[in-house]
Design a protein around this ligand. Structure first.
Ligand code: GLA
Length: 414
């Protein structure tokens, strides 16, 4: 196995942290979970659309070993001030309680809570060290962590679930029901199922996943993530929550008016969409704008899939850009720093498309870029971003990502 320089450094860091904090992982395993990059429909998961995305090579690594007791002992290299988190499964703070708000321990506690609720009792404790390099906001750091903890604790307790979609539900449960974040399932699906070099397609009607290879004639491209250096609060404290409830409000309004739909994705015909907008936009301008984005993005989604299949990366990029403009102007879920990044890279030749990523407000934007233009993207961001956003001059970063497997386990490294 060839590790990148960064990955080797992460593993060394984990070993050092284990020693310093007396966490015994020697002879144990490392589970690596990826981040994800969504190609569509962004904000479609809780609106019932089909989804498409890839796993990307910014990761969370968890090194662990059963410790022969019934206590879980974990240390995070990203939150060293929290010290060693130690708890007995079954004995964790109440969901959404004030005790959990300010510590990363809410993730392992939440995992214990949802597993127990689903009837999986953890009897075997583990010692573990976690470290990650996924930027916050846009690349699904929290889903990657939840999945990693669930899979690692399942492994140590010899619990196997036949249906991987159940693991998606458990990981979503950690965030929805324990932490209180109203996320959908996009992140968990796009990480858990991700395969190197492949696109993951999810059909919500069948709860099924298929892999779609990029068409042979595709010209090479890079996925570039531009972390704005801003901090995104939990989705429960952001515009995300408001958008979700707006979409639900429109669905219930339409149902009351006799439309036979259960989510905005059910509005698939242009005629129907136009009729609804004509009827409701005077009184519910905002809600109709949200629908407009979801409707158009869903129409573009199929065009994007076909373009991906045939290797027409130019079209994939164009649609990514159009989605970004819809997210900015109709769904209104972007943020000023995210748009600064988009505006900076949009004019560079070889940038095929750019938009905000993920939950919104803050975090990271992304772009699809021809390999020969990556240098120009870095240069433009390095020049323009600190000028536009001096407060984040020391915090932003540009990541050039590869498409990778979502979950990998390594033995023999510790
Ligand atoms: C966040 C949520 C996901 C999804 C995206 C937007 O990442 O966790 O469920 O809604 O935002 O596509």
């Amino acid at each position: 196995m060839e590790f990148s320089k960064e990955e080797r450094a992460a593993i060394e860091k984990i070993k050092k942290l284990a020693k310093e904090n007396k966490i015994n992982i020697s002879g144990g395993k490392i589970r690596r979970t990826s981040s994800r990059f969504c190609l569509g429909v962004e904000h479609g998961d809780y609106n019932g659309t089909e989804l498409f995305g890839v796993g990307t090579d910014r990761f969370i690594w968890m090194a662990y070993k059963p410790n022969g007791t019934n206590i879980v002992r974990l240390f995070s290299g990203n939150f060293p001030k929290d010290g060693v988190v130690e708890f007995k499964p079954g004995n964790v703070p109440e969901p959404k309680s004030p005790d959990i708000a300010h510590t990363w321990a809410r993730f392992p506690w939440g995992v214990d809570y949802v597993l127990r609720r689903a009837g999986h009792k953890l009897t075997e404790g583990i010692d573990g060290v976690i470290y990650g390099n996924i930027p916050g906001g846009g690349m699904s750091r929290s889903a990657s962590l939840s999945l990693n903890l669930i899979l690692s604790l399942f492994d140590a307790n010899r619990i196997e679930l036949k249906n991987k979609m159940d693991i998606v539900d458990l990981a979503q449960g950690v965030e929805n029901d324990y932490i209180g974040s109203p996320c959908g399932k996009l992140d968990q699906i796009m990480i858990l199922f991700a395969k190197e070099g492949m696109g993951t397609y999810y059909n919500p009607a069948k709860r099924s996943v298929d892999y779609i290879k990029l068409g042979k004639k595709a010209e090479d491209f890079r996925i570039v993530v531009m972390d704005t250096g801003t901090e995104r609060p939990g989705l429960e404290k952001s515009t995300y929550k408001i958008r979700r409830s707006e979409c639900e409000e429109l669905v219930s309004l339409l149902k009351k008016s006799g439309y036979k739909i259960s989510c905005l994705a059910d509005i698939k015909k242009q005629k129907l969409c136009d009729e609804i907008i004509a009827k409701f936009s005077k009184k519910h301008t905002d809600l109709c704008q949200r629908l407009k984005y979801i409707f158009d993005a869903q129409q573009r989604f199929y065009e994007m899939l076909n373009a991906w299949k045939s290797g027409d990366i130019e079209t994939v990029g164009r649609i990514f850009r159009e989605d970004g403009i819809g997210l900015r102007d109709e769904y209104k879920i972007s943020g000023p720093e995210l748009e600064t990044m988009c505006d900076i890279v949009r004019t560079i030749p070889g940038v095929l498309g750019e938009r905000m990523l993920g939950g919104g407000d803050k975090g990271a934007s992304g772009a699809l870029v021809r390999p020969e233009s990556v240098k120009a993207v870095r240069k433009a961001v390095d020049t323009a971003y600190p000028r536009s956003r001096p407060d984040f001059a020391d915090k932003y970063a540009v990541h050039v990502c590869k498409i990778v497997d979502g979950v990998k386990v390594f033995n023999g490294l510790l």
